[in-house]
Design a protein. Structure first.
Length: 50
């Protein structure tokens, strides 16, 4: 059985990337895609899927 690790750090990073994604979506639309990998990755890590 695997020991559960804290995912708080990953959730904090997810919300940081989500804020960056929203800002880029409204301010610099052409750079919106740069924040997508970080948002999706840290969401998956926060949900403990990876």
């Amino acid at each position: 059985m695997e020991a559960k690790q804290s995912t708080g750090k990953y959730w904090a990073l997810f919300f940081f990337w989500l804020a960056a994604l929203i800002v880029l979506l409204f301010v610099y639309r052409e750079f919106f895609w740069l924040a997508l990998p970080g948002t999706v990755t840290y969401f998956a890590k926060g949900m403990d899927l990876m």
